[in-house]
Design a protein. Structure first.
Length: 364
């Protein structure tokens, strides 16, 4: 049916403008709203809420770690003055140096002074050498970080192919050998493994140096060569643990419905193993790697002492022997903070990689 519009009376002006609906809003008019919307999206994101909760929890944890370390170091027999002067020092000399170092003040006062300095970015000075702790970190921290990354890289590079080969034929030769090696590696202490590596690969088969460190800026190959044995001493037990974990997780994934469906579609077993089972199993491995940072840093302390590497671990042992509370506190705080931040990053990456996860929400 056609509807005719009545014509206007003569002499009446006709408005020929077409109503095109709402006019577009300029970008300048939308800008404040867009910023507010994006800000609200960021504030309400699960990852940010997770990060804030973890950071809020980390503050009392870090405070408790530093307070406990400070109390334990001051309860131990002797102090920095006695350790620095030696056993032949007279009581008067020890008393004088104790006053000079400020060790005669109350325990709470000394801890509060140290904590106040940390909150303002001042980590203090070593009681033994008088060197600022920040300079000690600048000199020794790169060695420890390089060693930790090298050891972690060795463990992860070996873990995935060995776990895949073991799970391709469960109960086969590769699977049995990998399980036996993993059990042996987990049964040997780090320091025993380090000594065995020195005896075999530095004494009987002189392939690697037993002690010493070549800086990275001097020679890259010699730097890697000097860190190989300590990195293997740290990374091999991690490789054994990660391999057992990843193997078990992959075998569990191979029983899931999506794997059975992929096999029914005619996908090759190797592609099912690598593209489906392994991909989902890596989430668990990522979590364990983040949680094992403390073991990784603890391994660097032992290896640096055995292989005479000038890292933070060796400095920590020397500071404990000297009762250098300031240096010990700073190193413990660094390790605790690194562990907390890596665990936080692991949780956030886990949430990003697996969108099904919603932290902070109850399961209905």
């Amino acid at each position: 049916m056609t509807i005719r519009t009545p014509e206007p009376a003569s002499g009446t002006a006709v408005d020929t403008t077409t109503q095109a609906g709402p006019q577009p809003v300029h970008a300048t008019d939308q800008h404040p709203g867009q910023i507010a919307g994006r800000a609200m999206a960021v504030v309400q994101s699960p990852s940010l809420r997770l990060a804030l909760r973890r950071l809020a929890t980390a503050i009392p944890v870090l405070w408790g770690v530093t307070a406990l370390t400070f109390v334990v170091l001051n309860v131990l027999p002797g102090n920095a003055a006695q350790q620095l002067l030696g056993a032949e020092a007279t009581p008067e000399q020890v008393r004088q140096l104790t006053v000079e170092l400020g060790l005669d003040r109350p325990l709470v006062t000394r801890y509060w002074d140290w904590l106040s300095g940390v909150l303002t970015g001042d980590l203090g000075r070593s009681l033994a050498s008088g060197q600022p702790v920040t300079e000690i970190f600048a000199e020794r921290l790169p060695v420890t970080l390089e060693l930790a990354v090298y050891a972690l890289g060795i463990s992860l590079i070996l873990t995935m192919p060995v776990a895949l080969l073991a799970t391709r034929r469960p109960g086969g030769l590769v699977d049995r050998v990998s399980m036996a090696v993993s059990m042996a590696g987990l049964s040997i202490a780090n320091y025993v493994l380090a000594l065995l590596l020195v005896i075999v690969f530095a004494v009987y088969i002189p392939l690697f140096p037993a002690i010493g460190y070549v800086p990275l800026e001097e020679n890259i190959l010699e730097n890697i060569w000097s860190l190989t044995l300590p990195a293997v001493a740290i990374g091999f037990p991690l490789f054994c643990f990660y391999t057992r974990l990843l193997r078990g997780d992959i075998l569990d994934q191979m029983q899931e419905d999506y794997v059975v469906t992929a096999r029914a579609k005619g996908i090759s077993p190797f592609h099912v193993l690598t593209r489906h089972a392994l991909r989902n199993s890596l989430f668990g491995l990522l979590t364990i790697v983040g949680l094992n940072l403390g073991n990784l840093l603890g391994g660097t302390v032992i290896s640096e002492q055995i292989f005479a590497l000038p890292g933070i671990g060796q400095e920590l042992i020397q500071a404990i022997n000297n009762r250098d509370v300031i240096v010990v506190q700073a190193i413990v705080l660094f390790m605790a903070t690194a562990t907390v931040l890596v665990n936080l990053l692991t949780d956030i990456l886990y949430a990003i990689l697996d969108p099904r996860i919603r932290y902070g929400q109850r399961i209905a």
